[in-house]
Design a protein around this ligand. Structure first.
Ligand SMILES: *Cc1c(COP(=O)(O)O)cnc(C)c1O
Length: 370
């Protein structure tokens, strides 16, 4: 095993997660394609496993396109879903065979028409969904009326109209969020139909939540809510695309870390310092958005509250000080700590070498099993 800290990923678990989602999505008779958001876990072996299952891939940069192609994914299964891209990125993606793009401005649409002529486009609108745990705010998505106008414009520019897309925010805990988005997408689809423009697909984005320390609505509920909304608001021939990142990979990962030290601060609170922190894998503890669960070899001993902090000299490198984290009172330097459910947004968020701490290493299970 590598030196602590490191992330262990289980591709079999990713496969199971994919199949479970595919099975709950295929109950309504509507075609629902799963498109993995690569940024959640840009690890070649994970991408290969999902490719073998038939997944599509949401990529956000030329780098992610290269990673997928190198892992054996046909370019036809990629969608360049990042609305923020340079003309040169679009041209390069097109050269590499990418034929699907998302956009949310007229500018970007014009760049796609110029540098990826004939491509299929999805227009991201900002859905009226409730806020998720890690919200996107106003960064992406145009108003629904603008999406209607831009998709009609796409047809004029000789592009293939994919359809509207939205993302309800990552770790979305309210199943109604998807219903709201699908109803809004349905209105766009109907208005395009009035203009004689057919829509191939409605992309309902990612955001599917994962149970970390707290329970979340089951995927079945979200799938049922979404499929029922699709039945109500979308034509039967419109495909759905679901774009999970977190939900496919989070439970497939465990970070193995170590206690560097324990101390009582001047205010009397106990601080536990780990060799994993905000900068080498646990970026999603920012604002304590994601509450990971810890296990130790001393589980079963009496527990007490602890502030949990990372190893760097940065004052922001504190994982939890408002969230109530209970850890064994016997915990001491050198003890191993496992952080569960860390397969998503960890290694890919790790800094190159902040404060001299190396990026999180990844160990993929599998080779030693065969
Ligand atoms: C990040 C991202 C996703 C995946 O989001 P999750 O919350 O991890 O499911 C899907 N689509 C797009 C466009 C994204 O940027």
């Amino acid at each position: 095993m590598p030196e602590s800290p490191y992330l262990v990923l289980d591709p079999e678990r990713v496969r199971e997660n994919y199949r479970a989602l595919d099975s709950v999505l295929s109950r309504a008779g509507r075609r629902a394609r799963i498109r993995f958001a690569v940024k959640a876990c840009p690890v070649p072996q994970i991408v290969s496993v999902l490719a073998a299952e038939g997944a599509e891939f949401d990529v956000a940069s030329v780098g992610e396109i290269g990673l997928c192609l190198a892992a054996g994914v046909p370019a036809a299964r990629l969608c360049y879903g990042n609305p923020i891209k340079k003309a040169a990125d679009i041209a390069r993606a097109h050269e590499l065979g990418v034929r699907r793009f998302a956009f949310d401005t007229e500018d970007d649409l014009a760049r796609i028409a110029q540098h990826a002529p004939g491509a299929q486009v999805e227009c991201r609108f900002l859905a009226d969904a409730p806020e998720s745990r890690t919200p996107f705010g106003m960064k992406f998505g145009c108003a629904p009326g603008e999406a209607l106008r831009l998709l009609a414009r796409a047809a004029d520019l000789g592009l293939a109209v994919g359809g509207p897309c939205f993302h309800v925010g990552s770790q979305q805990l309210d199943p109604q969020a998807w219903r709201i988005g699908i109803e809004q997408a349905g209105a766009i689809v109907a208005a395009l139909a009035d203009k004689g423009i057919g829509v191939a697909v409605v992309n309902i984005g990612g955001g599917l939540p994962v149970s970390y320390a707290d329970p979340v609505p089951p995927l079945e509920t979200i799938a049922q809510t979404s499929l029922a909304a699709a039945a109500q608001f979308l034509p039967a021939a419109t495909d759905l695309v679901v774009e999970p990142g977190r939900a496919l990979v989070a439970t497939a990962g465990v970070i193995h870390a170590e206690v560097v030290g324990v101390r009582t601060a001047p205010d009397g609170r106990r601080w536990v310092y780990l060799d994993i922190g905000r900068y080498n894998g646990m970026a999603e503890t920012e604002n304590e958005y994601i509450a990971y669960r810890f296990t130790t070899d001393r589980d079963g001993d009496p527990v007490d509250e602890a502030v949990v902090a990372g190893p760097t000299c940065d004052g922001d490198d504190v994982l939890y000080q408002r969230t109530r984290v209970l850890l064994p009172t016997t915990l001491r330097a050198g003890d191993q700590v496992r952080v569960l459910g860390t397969g998503a947004y960890t290694a890919s968020y790790s800094s190159v070498s902040f404060n001299g701490f190396p990026p999180l290493t990844v160990h993929v299970l599998g080779a030693e099993r065969e």
